[in-house]
Design a protein around this ligand. Structure first.
Ligand SMILES: *Cc1c(COP(=O)(O)O)cnc(C)c1O
Length: 392
């Protein structure tokens, strides 16, 4: 076997996993790893979760796919559950995060045209990550991701992250602005968190100017930050919300939820997806939501996330080169003063999977079943490697 017939889109690490159980993965040689990446915030329930496995197997034996030409009962059930948990009104199902954002972007444009805005414009943030399709990479605030794919789309206006004054400025001067798209905790951008006042003021601005408040909760959604959705920390409701990563706990599924006028924008024929919301994917998502409830994973994410940050802060006191330790729930960022991608291999050699994003930020997004004992297992070696790296 080789990688020569794979398109060269990833600089892959030289390891292949063959089995997983709980927060552990095993490679081909039988070496065990503690997984603090969780398939990039995807494996909500860890690996080999019996309830999830059974739900997938049962659904597969019964019906994997029908079509959105027909009613899909599991999809209706999942939409009911997500709307009940979030307070949103309607869901559109797709297969990934970029597709969930793509639906949000199309929805915002159609909403704009319904108000006779000729060139509907969406306000997006610096350092944002919204995906790799043409619309979502245009919305993404990273030249590295956009370079080589010009022409980009029109209809986006960029402002600095967490800068409510900049949003007000654009909203009050550009009559074509119809929506604001934002991550409440930027994942790929380096675990950057908006301030508590941000959501409230953003809601005010959106109400004042008739804009849709659209949240990309692809990474923060489904209990990751200690609440079902990150917006619930503020209690301020969005008009549109994109979900994906953790929703199916590893089975590909995305969702675009909408509320109020935004929920009534799409009519038959406006948008679609062949696979979106098929019975198999919805069964996985329903089983994920069940397990999050049954295993109290909201509480666990908050508790273990706080524990990780507290232990790290203790271990890193007085270590020069550690700029910040931050996060929300089981999204943890450790910002160093220099690029630190080398730490990934160092930790992998010792049997731990971590991630580095935005060059200088160690990102921990373990499965939500992570315990304080798992955290202890990880944090000793991680602290040692960070210190050695900074001193080296
Ligand atoms: C991962 C991610 C996406 C893209 O999701 P894909 O499933 O890779 O298309 C979009 N937005 C955010 C915030 C993400 O973390």
């Amino acid at each position: 076997m080789s990688q020569s017939h794979l398109m060269n889109t990833y600089a892959r690490q030289p390891v292949a996993f063959v089995r997983g159980e709980g927060p552990y993965l095993w490679d081909e040689e039988g070496k065990r790893y503690l997984d603090a990446v969780a398939g990039v915030a995807v494996n909500t329930l860890g690996h080999g979760h019996p309830g999830l496995v059974k739900a997938i197997a049962d659904q597969a034996a019964n019906l994997i796919h029908s079509s959105n030409l027909y009613r899909v009962k599991r999809q209706e059930e999942l939409a009911d559950r997500l709307c009940e948990l979030s307070g949103m009104d309607r869901a559109f199902f797709c297969n990934s995060g970029c597709e969930a954002n793509e639906a949000a972007i199309k929805l915002a444009r159609m909403y704009g045209h319904s108000k006779d805005v000729a060139n509907p414009t969406i306000v997006v943030m610096e350092k944002a990550f919204h995906g790799r399709t043409m619309a979502t990479l245009t919305a993404t605030g990273s030249r590295k991701i956009q370079a080589g794919f010009e022409p980009l789309l029109s209809g986006f206006a960029r402002v600095p992250f967490n800068d409510i004054a900049a949003i007000r400025q654009v909203a009050s001067t550009n009559r074509e602005v119809v929506a604001v798209l934002v991550e409440l905790v930027q994942g790929e951008g380096g675990v950057n968190i908006v301030s508590p006042e941000f959501m409230r003021e953003l809601r005010q601005i959106c109400d004042e100017f008739g804009l849709l408040l659209m949240l990309d909760e692809v990474q923060t959604g489904i209990a990751r930050t200690g609440t079902w959705f990150a917006f619930q920390h503020s209690g301020v409701m969005p008009d549109v919300m994109a979900l994906a990563k953790g929703l199916g706990a590893g089975v590909p599924i995305g969702a675009c939820l909408a509320r109020g006028v935004a929920a009534e924008v799409f009519k038959p024929g406006n948008h679609g997806s062949t696979f979106g919301g098929n019975p198999l994917a919805c069964a996985a998502a329903l089983a994920t939501l069940d397990a999050v409830e049954k295993q109290s994973l909201l509480e666990n994410a908050e508790k273990v996330g706080n524990y990780i940050r507290q232990v790290l802060k203790e271990k890193m006191t007085g270590v020069t080169g550690v700029m910040d330790i931050r996060g929300q729930g089981l999204m943890v960022g450790i910002e160093l003063d220099r690029p630190c991608a080398d730490l990934v291999a160092k930790m992998r050699d010792r049997g731990f999977l971590i991630n580095v994003t935005a060059d200088k930020v160690i990102r921990l997004v373990p499965p939500l079943i992570f315990t304080e004992a798992h955290a202890d297992e990880l944090l000793g070696p991680l602290a040692e490697e960070i210190v050695a790296f900074l001193e080296g």
